[in-house]
Design a protein around this ligand. Structure first.
Ligand code: PMP
Length: 368
């Protein structure tokens, strides 16, 4: 351990949940539901599944290392040249490529408190400094959300990257058009702004910006998105970054030649053109969010208003034991103490019946 970088020794290991079968065996339960990782409760698009089946015979060959067909289609949809796109093994890999290409010891990256857990991992893994800006206070309209003024004031001559999650996980808070545009204008040209839009397609809030509109004006902007959430393809591991050509060229230099596999590329391509699946996923999510927030209000439970496919609920006590008790009820959610929110549980929005089961289980647990 002593031989590892100091920043790596300081990291708290990312704690993924146990496999569902293992949990069920351990706890002696059956038919549990998982609302823990912000996955799509509708599953993947049937078109994506069909494409996967059609490509199974090809897996003895290496994938197309440049993801030609997928980048061409993304380019059409985003109205950019394919040379502006970087494909990643999940959008997490894009975040990692950013750190590898732009950070080193002596440089730093700025992000907010309560921001997505992967930012410190990728920054500290390359020996750079993670500068955590304070977030909005609990009584703010966007509680625990990013405070862009605080973030901007943490930027100095050694800051090469700023990570902004819009919306953020696990808070579900978001930033409007004026705030993001103002921030982009403030950040020095030498600092890359990563707009992490993993939940972009879910957001229904008026004034929520599509940051790709600013790509031409700001060559230091990179927008990341994923097929893991709305498209229901988390297990395939595929996401992308869109930026100016110069940034994409840099990121593509440091990635592994075959970082996205052929099934992932085929599934993603088919998913992109299944508008019905996207629309239905958004509809179910909007209903489910309303169902969960109404249940919180009826019970006097606080929650962080969310525009994503998850909700962080203040259970009014340490959330770890509540999480454990929910597990025994067969409901798997996520305590977010590791994000500096010790009393919050993050629940992924499920279908109506799943949300109902979570609410009923939470009632039993909080009563007991
Ligand atoms: N950004 C945010 C804010 C996320 O919540 C997630 C998924 N948990 C990701 C990026 C990465 O997702 P993936 O690597 O599956 O694309």
């Amino acid at each position: 351990r002593a031989l590892a970088l100091a920043g790596v020794r300081d990291l708290t290991p990312y704690q993924p949940g146990k496999p569902i079968e293992e949990l069920e065996r351990e706890l002696g339960i059956r038919e549990s539901i998982k609302l823990a990782s912000n996955e799509n409760p509708l599953g993947p698009s049937p078109h994506a599944l069909e494409a996967l089946r059609g490509h199974l015979g090809g897996i003895s060959l290496y994938p197309d290392g440049n993801g030609f067909a997928l980048k061409r289609r993304l380019g059409e949809l985003l109205d950019v040249d394919p040379a502006c796109i970087t494909l990643g093994n999940g959008s997490n890999e894009i975040l990692e490529l950013v750190a590898r290409a732009y950070l080193e010891p002596g440089r730093n990256a700025v992000f907010s408190a309560h921001a997505f857990a992967v930012y410190p991992i990728v920054v500290q893994a390359v020996g750079a400094d993670a500068r955590v800006a304070p977030a909005n206070p609990a009584d703010h309209a966007m509680p625990y959300g990013h405070d862009l003024d605080a973030m901007a004031s943490r930027i100095d001559a050694d800051t090469r990257v700023v990570f902004v999650a819009n919306p953020n996980n696990p808070t579900g808070t978001w930033l409007d058009e004026a705030a993001v545009h103002g921030f982009l204008k403030r950040v020095p040209d030498e600092t890359l702004v990563v707009m992490d839009e993993a939940y972009f397609e879910y957001v229904q809030a008026d004034g929520y910006p599509d940051a790709t509109r600013w790509l031409k004006a700001f060559p230091n902007l990179l927008v990341t998105r994923t097929f893991s959430k709305i498209h229901g393809l988390a297990g395939l591991r595929i996401g992308y970054g869109v930026s100016g050509e110069a940034v994409a060229d840099i990121l593509n230099r440091v990635r592994q030649p075959f970082n996205t596999n052929s099934l992932a590329q085929a599934g993603a391509l088919a998913a992109l053109d299944d508008g019905d699946h996207v629309t239905e996923s958004v509809r179910i999510n909007t209903l489910g969010l309303a169902q969960l927030t109404a249940a919180c209000r009826e019970r006097g439970l606080g929650y962080i208003p969310s525009v994503g496919n998850f909700l962080s609920i203040d259970v009014g006590r340490e959330a770890g034991p509540v999480y454990q008790a929910l597990l025994r009820e067969g409901v798997i959610v996520r305590p977010v103490g590791g994000y500096g929110l010790p009393n919050h549980l993050r629940v992924t929005v499920g279908r109506e019946q799943e949300n109902r089961r979570f609410i009923d289980a939470l009632d039993r647990v909080l009563r007991g």
